[in-house]
Write a protein that binds this ligand. Structure first.
Ligand SMILES: [Zn+2]
Length: 108
């Protein structure tokens, strides 16, 4: 039970690909190996940093630079999922509101 808006959003939801609800940024860090060049003069290693909130705490995960584009796709997909979830919720509210209206007009 939904309306056209809900149907359209559900159709896109069915095509959702692997996703992650987090944000990705680029940063540089030391790898921790005391014999690596980065421990003394550098350059530092470029890494992607994935951050997300869980129970009001911010979590962090380093992503190898070669996986950055793949993980970026997951992040974009996660945003799409969030938009679509909001879209379906809105459609269901509209659906209920229209039912209420048509019932009222029948009662009159
Ligand atoms: Zn290093």
């Amino acid at each position: 039970m939904t309306n056209d808006r809900g149907k359209a959003a559900l159709q896109r939801l069915r095509k959702i690909k692997p996703f992650i609800q987090a944000s990705l940024s680029l940063t540089k860090k030391r790898c921790g190996n005391p014999r690596c060049r980065c421990a003394q003069e550098g350059p530092l290693h470029e890494v992607a940093l994935l951050t997300w909130k869980e129970e009001n705490r911010t979590h962090t995960l380093y992503v190898p630079i070669e996986l950055r584009q793949e993980v970026e796709r997951w992040v974009q997909e996660g945003k799409l999922l969030k938009r679509l979830a909001a879209e379906v919720s809105q459609a269901q509210r509209e659906f209920l509101t229209s039912k209420k209206r048509s019932r009222k007009s029948k009662n009159v």
